[in-house]
Design a protein around this ligand. Structure first.
Ligand code: NAI
Ligand code: MG
Length: 511
C-alpha cells in the first residue's frame, strides 16, 4: 500500500506501475510471450535514478532464428497474406487507436525507460506515433503498380507492374525515440504486407514490448510482428546476417550501420540505413534573431541532443554573432534539468551511463583541444544521481576539432561565426554526414539557394525539428540511404514485378 501510494503521488498510472512491478518481461515470437532460449535476461534502467526498471529477455541468434521462422510462416502461409489491403489498413488504424487510448501509459514508459520529460513524450512521441500508423493505414490500399506502354514491333503486349512486399524484414532501432522509431519501421512495412522481426535498443525495450501487447487486439495476426529484445552484438548482429531475411532496416550509429551492411551481403538482403548526423544550423544576420536563437537552442537541446538530426554545428553570421550568443547562452543556463517524471523538468538525463561517458568524454576533448565553454560544460551540481549533462555551448572551435567533426549525441553545440553564404555553405557541407540542415533568414532567395546547396536529406528554413509522417526523412552521404516516412518509404518495403502479357500480333481486331 505504501509503495502504491508513493507511486501514485509520482503520477505513475496503475498500468505502468503494474507493468514495471511485474519486473521480468517476455518477448514476442509467433504471437506468444516467451523467454529467451538461453533463459538469460538483462536489466533496463531508469536513467534519472539509475535504478533497474525491469528485466527483459536477452535474445540471441537462436531466438532470432525462431522469430524469423515465425515471420516467414506468417508471410508465406498465414492469414496476413490472405487479408485484403483494406483489412491491413484497418488493423493499422486500430493499432493507432489503441496506442492513443493507452497514450499516457506509453508516454510514461518512454519517460521512465529513456529519460525524456513526460510532457515531451506526451506531446511529441506518442501523437507522432499515432499519426504515423494512421498515415500508413491509408497507404495500405494505395500500393499500386502501373501499366506501361511498351513498343515491340509487330506484336502487342500488355505490360504492367505489381508492387509486392519485400517479404520478411529485420528492423533494428535505437533508444532515442523508442516507440516512434518502432512506428517508423513498422508502419510502412506492415502497410506493404511484409512481416517483421523488430529489435528494440537494449537501453529502451519497454514501450516496444507494450506495443506488442496491442497487436492482437488490433487484428494483426500472430507472427506478423515479432519483437526480440537483446543486445546489438548478439540479437542485432544475428538479424543483420540472417540468411532468411529479405531486408534489414537499421537506425543507429554510422559505425554499426556499416557493420550491418557488411553482414547483409551474405544473402544480399536489402538494406536501408538511417544513421548519424552533424547537422549545420545556419543563422544569417537578417533573420529574426530572437526566434533563431530559441530555434538554435531547441535544435540541439530537444531530446537532450540525442537526435540524429540535432543542430550540433551552429553557424552564426559574424554581424549577428554578438547578438545571438548571449541569447543562446542565457537560454542554455535557464534550462531546468531533472527527472522526466517531474512536471517542472525541461530536460532529462541522457539515456545511459555509456552515453553519459561518451558525451562527457567529448566535453573533455573539446576543452582539451582549446574550445571555450560559453555555457554548461559538465554535470549539473544539484543532481547527484542520474545521467545528467548541462546544456553546453562551445565557442572558439576550429574545423579540425573532434567536437566539430564527430557526432556527440548530447546537448552540446559548437558555435562558429561566418562571413558570407558561400563560406558557410562550404563549411556546412564539410562533414561526412548529411542528414539535416537549417537556415534562418528573411531573404527568401537566399533561403532557397541554401536549401539547394546544402547536402542533406532534410533542410528546414526558419524552423527546426519539424516532422510529419507524410514527409520523407533520411540521409545524404554517410547519414545513410533510403527514405522513411511519406510515400518514399513504400519503396523500402516493396519490390516491383514487371508482368508481360502477349496480346497477339497487330492486325487482329482491326488494330
Ligand atoms: P548503436 O548504433 O550501437 O545502436 C543502435 C541499435 O543497433 C541498437 O538496437 C543496438 O542494439 C543495435 N546494434 C548495435 N550493434 C549492432 C551490431 N553489431 N549489429 C546489429 N545491430 C547492432 O548505437 P549506440 O551504441 O546506442 O549509440 C552510439 C552512438 O550512435 C550515439 O552516441 C550516436 O552518436 C549514434 N546513434 C545514432 C542514432 C540515430 O538516430 N541515428 C540513434 C542512436 C545512436
Ligand atoms: Mg552500442
Amino acid at each position: 500500500m505504501a509503495l502504491a501510494s508513493a507511486q501514485s503521488t509520482s503520477g505513475i498510472v496503475p498500468e505502468v506501475d503494474q507493468f514495471i512491478r511485474s519486473r521480468t518481461r517476455r518477448m514476442l515470437i509467433d504471437g506468444k510471450w516467451v523467454e529467451s532460449a538461453s533463459g538469460k535476461t538483462f536489466a533496463t534502467h531508469n536513467p534519472a535514478t539509475e535504478d533497474i526498471l525491469a528485466e527483459v529477455p536477452a535474445g540471441e541468434k537462436e531466438d532470432v532464428d525462431r522469430a524469423v521462422r515465425a515471420a516467414r510462416r506468417a508471410f508465406e502461409n498465414g492469414p496476413w497474406r490472405r487479408m485484403t489491403a483494406s483489412e491491413r489498413g484497418r488493423a493499422l488504424w486500430k493499432l493507432a487507436d489503441l496506442i492513443e487510448k493507452h497514450g499516457e501509459e506509453f508516454a510514461q514508459l518512454e519517460t521512465l525507460d529513456n529519460g525524456k520529460p513526460l510532457a515531451v513524450a506526451r506531446v511529441a512521441d506518442v501523437p507522432l506515433v499515432v499519426d504515423h500508423f494512421r498515415y500508413y493505414a491509408g497507404w495500405a490500399t494505395k500500393v499500386e503498380g502501373e501499366t506501361i506502354p511498351v513498343s515491340i514491333p509487330g506484336q502487342r503486349f500488355l505490360n504492367y507492374t505489381l508492387r509486392e512486399p519485400v517479404g520478411v524484414v529485420g528492423q533494428i532501432i535505437p533508444w532515442n525515440f523508442p516507440l516512434l522509431m518502432a512506428a517508423w519501421k513498422l508502419g510502412a512495412a506492415l502497410a506493404c504486407g511484409n512481416t517483421v522481426v523488430l529489435k528494440p535498443a537494449e537501453q529502451t525495450p519497454l514501450s516496444a514490448l507494450r506495443l506488442g501487447e496491442l497487436l492482437e487486439e488490433a487484428g494483426i495476426p500472430a507472427g506478423v510482428v515479432n519483437i526480440v529484445t537483446g543486445y546489438g552484438e548478439t540479437a542485432g548482429a544475428a538479424i543483420a546476417a540472417h540468411p532468411d531475411l529479405d531486408k534489414v532496416a537499421f537506425t543507429g550509429s554510422t559505425e554499426v550501420g556499416k557493420e550491418v551492411m557488411r553482414a547483409a551481403t551474405g544473402n544480399l538482403k536489402r538494406v536501408s540505413l538511417e544513421l548519424g548526423g552533424k547537422s549545420p544550423n545556419i543563422i544569417f544576420a537578417d533573420a529574426d534573431l530572437d526566434e533563431a536563437a530559441v530555434g538554435a537552442a531547441s535544435a540541439i537541446y530537444f531530446n537532450h541532443g540525442q537526435c540524429c538530426c540535432a543542430g550540433s554545428r551552429l553557424f552564426i553570421e559574424q554581424k549577428a554573432y554578438d547578438k545571438v550568443m548571449p541569447k543562446l547562452i542565457d537560454f542554455s543556463q535557464k534550462v531546468k534539468l531533472g527527472p522526466g517524471m517531474d512536471p517542472a523538468t525541461e530536460m532529462g538525463p541522457l539515456v545511459s551511463s555509456e552515453q553519459y561517458q561518451r558525451v562527457t568524454g567529448y566535453l573533455a576533448a573539446g576543452k582539451q583541444e582549446g574550445a571555450r565553454v560559453a555555457a554548461g560544460g559538465g554535470r549539473p551540481k544539484d543532481l547527484s544521481k542520474g545521467y545528467f549533462v548541462q546544456p553546453t555551448v562551445f565557442a572558439d572551435v576550429r574545423p579540425d576539432m573532434k567536437v566539430i567533426r564527430e557526432e556527440i549525441f548530447g546537448p552540446v553545440v559548437c558555435a562558429i561565426p561566418f562571413k558570407d553564404p558561400s563560406e558557410v555553405a562550404a563549411a556546412g557541407n564539410d562533414t561526412t554526414y548529411g542528414l539535416a540542415a537549417a537556415v534562418w533568414t528573411r531573404d527568401i532567395g537566399k533561403a532557397h539557394r541554401m536549401a539547394e546547396t546544402l547536402r542533406a536529406g532534410t533542410v528546414w528554413i526558419n524552423c527546426y525539428n519539424v516532422f510529419d509522417a507524410a514527409s520523407p526523412f533520411g540521409g545524404y552521404k554517410q547519414s545513410g540511404f533510403g527514405r522513411e516516412m511519406g510515400k518514399a518509404a513504400l519503396d523500402l518495403y516493396t519490390q516491383l514485378k514487371s508482368v508481360w502479357v502477349n496480346l497477339g500480333p497487330h492486325g487482329d481486331n482491326g488494330q
